[in-house]
Design a protein around this ligand. Structure first.
Ligand code: ACO
Length: 321
């Protein structure tokens, strides 16, 4: 027993920030950002909180699944930074949607949604749950150094969600961690204790872009090859690859190492940039709602991110349109 996806949802902030607007803030250009990353614009929170996005994505997924919030047995929220250290963002969502079940966050950076699916799978396997909400919500623009052109151009905000029910559609899943603090980190920030004697760093994203790039291409291609084999499938069986949307060049380089036609690797990075854990569920929701997904389709998902972490899975899509 694993699970099947009953419904999906997404929520993006209203504000669209183009590359041209970005170039009024840091020394960059639309041409540089498009050719190096594939990003044309991103959504940025202005009046929305991360909770607003998570709740809207969750409610859209529940509606798409035809499930009431009261029917949920578990809420897992993937986020790098919720509104509060405590409560968890999952508890914020639980209160606001009116659910009455256990709720907690997972932090695996951009891999968080796939970690969330694996955690949920464990609850299904132990027969502890019948309905689970996995929601990924990110306000990355609140963690950026807006004077650092090498990082601030890459990210955006948003949330995506999936409601899971009992089923057998998760065919294989893998999680990886390769502890590495230097490659990508966001420090906690100031320590308020009068006794604390260590220094503190600004709570903004620091990244060695080239190191993450190399890790990403290898993790994505080798992870997909392994997880497709774990599922007992050939790469040619896969209808769609949903890769983490960090950089179009990473996606192209990773997919070039697979025996899967490029057209089957789906992207929306041009419109949203990297929304961390929310990338894959937002993409999944777009494909669900625009009719691309058909019952029986085989989907391979692959993500990487801070940690360094990576995660990969193969799912059968069985939801009727
Ligand atoms: N505009 C113009 N020039 C820029 C910009 C910019 N926004 N950013 C960097 N440059 C310059 C650099 O200063 C450098 O100039 P120099 O040659 O004079 O020193 C030049 O462009 C090349 O810089 P590189 O870092 O070599 O650029 P690269 O082609 O490697 O692209 C990038 C950088 C886009 C960051 C790439 O390395 C990348 O995508 N890395 C992976 C990042 C990633 O996936 N992060 C998300 C991880 S997920 C998570 O958990 C948050």
């Amino acid at each position: 027993m694993s699970f099947r996806i009953l419904g999906t949802g997404r929520a993006l902030p209203e504000y669209v920030m183009t590359n041209d607007e970005m170039s009024t803030i840091v020394d960059t250009s639309d041409e540089w950002i498009r050719t190096r990353t594939g990003i044309a614009q991103r959504r940025v929170c202005t009046t929305e909180s991360i909770g607003d996005l998570a709740v809207q994505a969750a409610e859209n997924a529940l509606q798409n699944a035809g499930i009431a919030a009261q029917d949920l047995d578990l809420i897992v929220c993937a986020t790098i930074r919720g509104e509060y250290f405590s409560p968890s963002e999952a508890c914020v969502v639980q209160k606001r949607i009116g659910a009455c079940c256990p709720a907690f966050d997972v932090n695996a950076a951009c891999t968080g949604f796939l970690y969330g699916l694996d955690v949920a799978d464990g609850f299904f396997a132990r027969k502890r749950v019948k309905k689970v909400l996995v929601v990924a919500a990110e306000n990355v623009t609140n963690c950026l150094d807006w004077t650092d052109r090498a990082t601030c151009v890459l990210f955006g905000d948003g949330a995506g969600a999936a409601v899971l029910g009992e089923g057998n559609d998760l065919l294989a899943i893998r999680m990886e961690s390769h502890g590495n603090i230097e490659a990508l980190n966001i420090p906690r920030g100031e320590n308020t204790s009068p006794f604390y004697q260590l220094g503190s760093q600004r709570p903004v994203l620091h990244m060695n872009g080239r190191e993450v790039y190399k890790f990403a291409v290898n993790a994505m291609s080798s992870g997909l090859i392994q997880v497709i084999a774990d599922a007992g499938l050939q790469q040619s069986d896969i209808d769609y690859v949903l890769p983490h949307q960090a950089n179009q060049r990473i996606i192209d380089a990773a997919c070039a190492k697979l025996d899967i036609p490029k057209e089957r690797c789906v992207t929306n990075i041009a419109r949203y940039g990297n929304i961390s854990a929310a990338c894959i569920p937002v993409l999944l929701d777009e494909m669900n709602r625009d009719g691309r997904l058909k019952p029986g389709n085989l989907l391979a998902m692959s993500a990487f991110g801070g940690g360094l972490t990576a995660g990969h899975c193969v799912l059968r899509w069985s939801k009727e349109g």
